[in-house]
Design a protein around this ligand. Structure first.
Ligand code: PEP
Ligand code: MG
Length: 827
């Protein structure tokens, strides 16, 4: 990737510019700063050595583009070139582009993997948006003018106006193609389509996917999804261009793995053959089952709907209507400016979706992010704004057309994605217009009525106020239905006529078991429904009661069962599910939810309050675990070639002591009030790292005036080096917690997010089991506790094995705890 260097007299200025660029590129650009001088009295200036170091830091084979502010910045940079290795100098381009706009444009182009020439061209024309807005001639217009003058001159000299076009100088490559009969039970639904796009997007080739004579852009999620490829259908990838062969090879490899669904395909082939739309699993929610809905005939006095979540609720009705923000009446401000507005709005929504994608139903919001990243949407928008259409109008028009295509899809699953398109459309429209609409404020419990709800609406519902949901539209596999089910809210979809018959405030009874909505049932039916409701509540309470009982194995060992949480919102559910404390509090959420870093005070309050909610049960706070793979808007970091092997977790924290010290101080202060808090450090590989953390803790303790805090300090065992160094590490810390998510990826050298190698990312692999066994062995011999907080801990298929290896604490998502406890009791 082309590196970017920003040379400025002022560190603050350079940091601000880089902060903007990092936000725009979501941390993907590789940017270094050479700014200010090392003189506390007079910090404004530039330093050739610093420029040289910055160039060396970001230069690879693709070269570096340097942007400078003024005066001596240029001189220092030129001097830096004289000091640099001449081979390196050839890869460095100094450009006159404006430092703010130029850095933005250069970073975006560099992050997209474009060449140095393109990066320079982008930066050099970076003022065009402003110029267009202010009615000045842009560089392209100036170039056109110059070219016309030159052509006129040549025509005058040659008497011939025909020069060869650039396109005709590029030789036509061979067109390669490969065919594949799709065996995925649900065809190419969103997940396999995303796998295809994720793999093919980076190849420099034109890639088209065909189903019969229908054609899709193989780099576009929406385009592939619209093909509606079903199990048993044949698709053909057609590739043309420089990397056609590599793209075909990568596609073939993916196809052989059934686009990341090899396990589902073999299960299906062993049994039933291809599933039609009426059976098996649906989409990215693997637990969704599309069973044929029996025709539900409503008894007299009730309406029939399709039940998507069981339960019975009796409450007044409230009607929820979400309006799409209106397109504002305003002047068109130029194609580049309108496009920039659109890209910024899309980027902002993507950023929001990234933080939602870490939540319990992250996959839904992750798929929304993929839909937004679709190049087809961008090119359709470009075509519209080129016709002088404002950004808001262009966005709505393009997305309306896309939603209509989904609505007309052959497959039910694809039709139900229409709601997802409307959800992202509305989110971007809200950013574009600033019009959030009027939210429904609820004070008492209600049955919520709507035409349809978007996933973000459902996720933000106050469960204590919404006791049931009734939709006149919606679908069984819609993401809102999945969320309602996960939140335990009884819900009906496709309850035809419900909106016409209901009035706000009417008391209604929603029977999610039978799929009925009652308005004013006869007394005997009302009593029977009330009984059914009580029975349902009792059952929930009974299972919750068992969840609170301890988990004791048949041999009589008491095993701790703790919860993994992401923030205060998870506390209630964790306690209700029987968590005996928190084995992993991922503190990233505090840092990812805002554009500014959380202050020490804010962090302290959150840590203290969460610990207080757990009384004297242990609460394990994991220090910040972010890095190149999980960038923070609030703390821009340079992009890395191998982020999973780079500055993440404790490595980043130790390299940025100001960031780390703030968090440690907050934890120490919270611990002084809540002694049930313990600290856990992620990504530890060496004893030296632990000692550095402990030294920082001692230093911060002293600054806070605390003598000996008695804060227990443990580490995550998730890097193979930590397994090999376990004996030495056990002497330094109070506990180990095995992070199988990362341990598996590092032991197997297999990216945990890459479905092409999914069978390697498997914690049952003997090498991973052996690393776990060694860790448990060392901890037990050293007399420190050993727990597990990776996904494996919540997998009941692994429980017996883990107990036999000597694991004494398990930490998993709250919803898994009752079943995990039951499994431990059976073991
Ligand atoms: C792990 O790696 O197993 C773990 C629990 O940490 P995270 O998934 O947050 O990286
Ligand atoms: Mg981890």
């Amino acid at each position: 990737m082309v590196g970017i260097v920003v040379v400025s007299h002022s560190t603050l200025l350079a940091q601000g510019v880089v902060e903007l660029a990092t936000q725009m590129t979501q941390g993907k650009a590789n940017i270094a700063i050479a700014a200010g001088v090392d003189d506390p009295e007079n910090p404004i200036g530039t330093d050739a050595i610093a420029v040289m170091a910055a160039i060396e830091q970001v230069c690879d084979d693709d070269g570096v583009v340097v942007l400078m502010d003024l005066g001596s910045a240029l001189l220092s940079t030129e001097m830096a070139l004289e000091l640099l290795d001449p081979e390196l100098v050839e890869k460095v381009s100094l450009i006159a582009a404006p430092i703010v706009e130029g850095t933005m444009a250069a970073s975006v182009a560099a992050a997209a993997g474009l060449t140095r020439e393109v990066v320079i061209a982008e930066a050099s024309s970076a003022l065009d948006v402003k110029k267009a807005h202010l009615g000045e001639a842009t560089s392209a217009q100036q170039d056109d003018q110059k070219n016309m003058q030159q052509e006129d001159l040549q025509d005058d000299q040659n008497g011939d106006g025909n020069s060869p076009s650039i396109a005709s100088q590029i030789p036509d490559g061979l067109t390669l193609s490969v065919e594949w009969q799709v065996q995925n039970p649900h065809g190419l639904h969103a997940r396999p389509a995303a796998t295809i796009v994720g793999t093919l997007a980076s190849f420099d080739a034109d890639l088209a996917l065909f189903k019969g004579d229908q054609q899709a852009n193989a780099k576009s999620l929406n385009s592939i999804a619209k093909l509606g490829v079903r199990c048993g259908e044949v698709i053909r990838l057609q590739a043309n261009g420089a990397m056609a062969q590599q793209a075909v090879d990568a596609f073939t490899q993916l196809a052989n793995d059934h686009f990341g669904e090899a396990a589902q395909v073999s299960k299906m082939l062993a049994g039933e053959g291809c599933l039609g739309e009426q059976g098996g699993q649906g989409g990215e929610s693997q637990e969704e089952t599309l069973v044929p809905s029996p025709v539900n005939v409503a008894p007299e006095g009730a309406l029939a709907g399709i039940s998507v979540s069981d339960g019975v609720a009796i409450a007044p009705a409230a009607i929820f209507s979400v309006a799409m923000p209106a397109v504002p009446m305003r002047e068109f401000v130029g194609a580049s400016a309108e496009m920039l507005t659109l890209k910024n709005a899309i980027a902002q929504v993507q950023q929001d979706l990234t933080s939602e994608a870490v939540g319990p139903h992250g996959a839904i919001f992750e798929s929304h992010g993929l839909m937004l990243a679709d190049p087809e949407i961008i090119s359709a928008l470009e075509q519209m704004v080129a016709k002088n259409v404002t950004s808001e109008r262009a966005w709505l028009t393009v997305m309306e057309a896309l939603a209509a295509q989904y609505a007309a899809a052959e497959s039910q699953y694809m039709r139900e994605r229409e709601a997802d398109i409307w959800d992202i459309t509305r989110r971007v429209m809200i950013v574009l217009t600033g019009d959030k609409g009027s939210a429904l404020t609820l004070t008492d419990p209600v049955v919520l009525f709507a035409r349809d709800l978007m996933p973000s609406d459902v996720a933000s519902l106050d469960k204590s106020k919404v006791v049931a949901i009734c939709l006149s539209e919606g679908g069984k596999t819609s993401h809102s239905a999945i969320l309602a089910r996960a939140m335990g809210i009884p819900a009906l979809v496709k309850t035809k006529g419900c909106l016409e018959q209901v009035h706000a405030g009417d008391t209604v009874i929603l029977d999610g078991f039978a799929g009925h909505l009652w308005f004013a049932p006869p007394t005997d039916i009302e009593q029977a429904l009330e009984l059914k409701r009580q029975q349902w509540r009792d059952d929930i309470e009974n299972s919750a009661a068992n969840a609170q009982a301890p988990a004791i194995t048949k041999a009589g060992s008491a095993i701790s069962v703790l919860a993994n949480i992401g923030g205060p919102n998870d506390v209630e559910q964790a306690l209700a599910c029987g968590a005996e404390g928190v084995g992993l509090f991922r503190t990233e959420f505090l840092f990812q939810q805002s554009d500014v870093l959380p202050s020490e005070e804010e962090q302290y309050q959150v840590y203290r309050d969460i610990a207080a909610a757990f009384g004297d049960k242990p609460v394990t706070i994991r220090s910040l675990d972010v890095g190149g793979d999980k960038p923070l808007t609030a703390y821009p970091m340079p992009a890395e070639d191998n982020p999973f092997l780079g500055q993440r977790g404790v490595r980043l924290c130790l390299a940025h002591p100001e960031l780390f010290a703030t968090q440690l101080r907050a934890i120490l202060r919270a611990h002084a009030e809540q002694p049930n808090i313990q600290l856990m450090i992620p990504m530890i590989a060496t004893v030296d790292e632990v000692q550095q953390v402990k030294a920082l803790l001692v230093q911060q303790c002293a600054q806070l005036g605390l003598n000996d805090t008695g804060l227990a300090v443990g580490i995550m065992i998730e890097v193979p080096a930590a397994v090999f160094n376990a004996e030495a590490l056990a002497k330094e810390v109070d506990f180990f917690s095995i992070g199988t998510n990362d341990l598996t990826q590092y032991v197997m050298a297999a990216d945990r997010g890459n479905s092409a190698i999914a069978e390697l990312v498997d914690y049952f692999q003997p090498a991973v089991i052996s690393a776990i066994a060694h860790t448990c062995d060392v901890a037990n011999k050293a007399g420190i506790s050993v727990s597990m907080c990776g996904e494996m801990a919540g997998d009941t298929k692994a429980t017996e094995t883990l107990l036999s290896l000597g694991l004494s604490k398990f930490s998993a998502s709250a919803a898994l705890l009752p079943e995990l406890k039951a499994m431990i009791r059976r073991s």
